[in-house]
Design a protein around this ligand. Structure first.
Ligand SMILES: [Fe+2]
Length: 377
């Protein structure tokens, strides 16, 4: 039987170096400790792939770039004219956190882009202007600040602006997740009765979503709720007014020490998250409120809609104000602070939590007042 004699002496280092070069040349990697300074170095190696970093993008930087791009890039140059938030820890991959992609968009007055669809789930949230427009599967939705519009996987949609003023919105997509799963695809030829069309014909009343789904706890039985691919909420627009009203109702409630007063958007037909991959929260931080530190493996992108404050994410202080975007990477410790003693701060939060909980991976930890770490989920 062949035996292996442990190498000793000075030529061990030279042989190891040569072995690492051979592994590299053959597209292989070692899985053993290569550094004695690092405890569990083997695990550190397999975990050291590019990681999203805590980061804040300032709307003060984004907005002038959007207007500059609008002057330089017309609809004739490109149907798309968005500014994508690229996490410095993940670049050149266009991702804001590991699983989520964020893009800001300025729509010129009266511009409407042609319909398209994709396997990716997406949402648009109005920021400025009252006339952002998205047509989804024949429902024409005009939306303003804070309104959330769903464009689910495989649903035909077209974006634009129905008004005479400029309008800015932000979209969040589960694109990086679908890319990892080899599941991202796009279609641009929209047809009705076999004829290509540049705009969708309205097939539902403009207020279909609010009329059918706007009364919590009640559903019309004569309406088909299986819109789109049937895996997402059939309610395609959630108005900010309802979120704001519910947050206000719970202002005096203790709330959660980790999240303040947070409400979750749901699919009214199932009570589950609007998408299998993403969920959304409105989060009220009352004047002076500071959430306790928590760490979860869900990744978040948070958009302050009202007020100002700061978050501490893995020890890094990120100051924010209205319409900024904050990347809270999965597994980072974070806390939010409303910096004002008199004004509310409200965050709109996008989370990939449903993906993790469906797969049985979701974990959440919190720190108690005494600093003890407790498992929350
Ligand atoms: Fe789209």
């Amino acid at each position: 039987m062949a035996t292996v004699e442990p190498a000793t002496g000075s030529n061990r280092d030279a042989r190891l170096d040569a072995l690492y070069r051979r592994l590299d040349a053959h597209d292989m990697a070692p899985y053993w400790a290569v550094s004695t300074e690092n405890e569990n170095d083997e695990d550190a190696q397999i975990l050291k792939a590019g990681k999203a970093r805590p980061y804040v993008w300032k709307y003060n930087d984004i907005e002038p770039i959007l207007y500059e791009a609008a002057e330089l890039i017309t609809m004739d140059d490109s149907e798309r004219r968005s500014v994508v938030l690229v996490n410095p820890g993940l670049a050149p991959v266009r991702a804001t956190v590991t699983t989520l992609y964020t893009a800001y968009r300025l729509n010129d007055p009266r511009e409407i882009m042609p319909p398209h669809r994709h396997s990716i789930n997406a949402v648009r949230i109005g920021l400025t202007g009252a006339s952002n427009f998205t047509g989804v599967e024949g429902e024409d939705i005009v939306f303003g600040p804070g309104d959330l519009v769903l464009t689910p996987a495989d649903a035909w949609h077209n974006h634009g602006n129905r008004g005479d003023d400029f309008a800015v919105n932000v979209s969040v997509l589960d694109l990086p997740l679908t890319e990892v799963l080899n599941a991202a695809s796009f279609e641009h030829r929209y047809e009705e009765d076999g004829v290509a069309k540049s705009e969708q014909t309205a097939r539902f009343a403009d207020d279909h979503s609010s009329r059918v789904y706007g009364q919590g706890g009640l559903l019309p039985r004569f309406v088909d709720h299986g819109r789109g691919a049937g895996r997402s909420s059939p309610m395609y627009v959630y108005r900010w007014e309802s979120t704001r009203e519910l947050l206000e109702k719970f202002r005096d409630h203790d709330g959660s020490p980790y999240d303040g007063i947070a409400v979750e958007y749901t699919d009214p037909t199932t009570g589950r998250s609007p998408y299998p991959t993403m969920t959304f929260f409105g989060q009220l931080l009352r004047p002076g409120e500071r959430t306790r530190p928590q760490r979860q493996n869900a990744s978040l992108v948070c958009f302050p809609f009202e007020g100002s404050g700061h978050s501490i994410v893995d020890g890094e202080r990120l100051d924010w104000q209205q319409f900024d975007a904050i990347a809270v990477p999965g597994n980072s410790w974070f806390e939010h602070v409303n910096g004002s003693d008199s004004e509310d701060a409200i965050l709109f939060v996008v989370s990939d939590e449903p993906t993790l909980s469906t797969l049985g991976f979701l974990r959440r930890f919190g720190k108690t007042d005494s600093g003890e770490v407790v498992r929350l989920v």
